[in-house]
Design a protein around this ligand. Sequence first.
Ligand SMILES: NC(=O)c1ccc[n+]([C@@H]2O[C@H](COP(=O)([O-])OP(=O)(O)OC[C@H]3O[C@@H](n4cnc5c(N)ncnc54)[C@H](OP(=O)(O)O)[C@@H]3O)[C@@H](O)[C@H]2O)c1
Length: 285
Amino acid sequence: MKQKIQLPSGQNVLNLGQGTWRLGEDPSKRQQEIEALCAGIDRGLTLIDTAEMYGDGDSEELVGEAIAPYNREELFLVSKVYPQNAGNPDMFEACEQTLNRLGVDSLDLYLLHWRGRVPLQETIDCFEELKRQGKIKHWGVSNFDLEDMQELLALKGGENCQTNQVLYHLASRGIEVVLTNYLKEKGIPIMAYCPVIGQEPDLKDLVYSNQTVKEIAEAHNISIIQLLLAFVMQQDNIIAIPKASSEKHVQLNADVLDIVLSEEDMLRLDAAFPVPDQRVPLSVQ
Ligand SMILES: NC(=O)c1ccc[n+]([C@@H]2O[C@H](COP(=O)([O-])OP(=O)(O)OC[C@H]3O[C@@H](n4cnc5c(N)ncnc54)[C@H](OP(=O)(O)O)[C@@H]3O)[C@@H](O)[C@H]2O)c1
C-alpha cells in the first residue's frame, strides 16, 4: 500500500525504498545491479539506503554509478556511519569518503549504524556540525531499542533524530511491543530493514510453509515475498527498504505499492504470526 511518511523535518517520503547490502560485492553482477537500482528509481523508489560498511564502500560506489544520470534533487540518499567512526574527528572523514563514493555533495540522511562506545552526545554534536557544513541534511539512528531512544531524545539536539532503522518483518514483530508506539508518539518513523526476511533462512522457511500466508498470497495473486512486503508497508509510520538485485525483483516490489491487504487479511496474519506477549531483545543483523 502506497503511503507517504512524514519525517520530523516535515519532508515526506514514500513508504518503499531500496536497500543495498551486498550490492557491489560481485563484479560479474555489477551491471545487473545498477540496472535494478535504476529501474527502482524510475518506479519512484528514490530513497536508497546504503552504508560505509557494505562491501567496505563498494555498495556506495555502485549506488554512485547508478544515480549519476539522475537529478540529485529527485533522490533521497541514506547512508550510515560505523559506530567506531561516529565521533570527532573520524565522522567528518567518514562522511567525506561516503560523499566521494556516492559522487554527491550531501546526504539526505546520515545514520549511526548501531550504538558503539562513542558517547551519544558527541555523535549528535558531529551530526549537527555536518548539517551546518551542508554535508548532510538530517541524521538518524539504527538498531536503537527503547532505552537507547529515550536516552538519545533526552540529549541536546537529540530531538532532531529523523528515523530509527530496525529489523522488522512478519515473523519478527518484537518492536510492536513498545518501540513502535514510542516512536509514533515522538513522530519518528521507522525504517524497516530485512522486510522480506533476507537474512534468516529458517524464519523464511517457516513463513513459506504457513498455510495462512499461502492462502492470502494466492488470493491476491502475489508471491509470498510480495505479501511480506505488503504486510510491512500496510503499517503506519514505517518505510520498508527491501534489497533486490534484479530488475524483475525490483518491479515485483514496486508492484506492492498497489496492493492493499484487507482488515481480515491483517487479522489472519496477526493470528499466524502474533506480536510477542512481552518485550524481547531487539533483533539485529
Ligand atoms: N541498519 C542495519 O543494521 C541493517 C541491517 C540489515 C539490512 N539493512 C538494510 O536493509 C536492506 C534490506 O535488508 P536485507 O537486504 O538484509 O534483506 P531483505 O530486503 O529482507 O531481503 C533481501 C533478499 O530478498 C530477495 N528479494 C527481494 N525482493 C524480492 C522479490 N520480489 N522476489 C524474490 N526475492 C526478492 C533478494 O534477492 P535478490 O538480491 O536476488 O533480488 C535478497 O536475497 C539492506 O539491503 C540494507 O540496506 C540495514
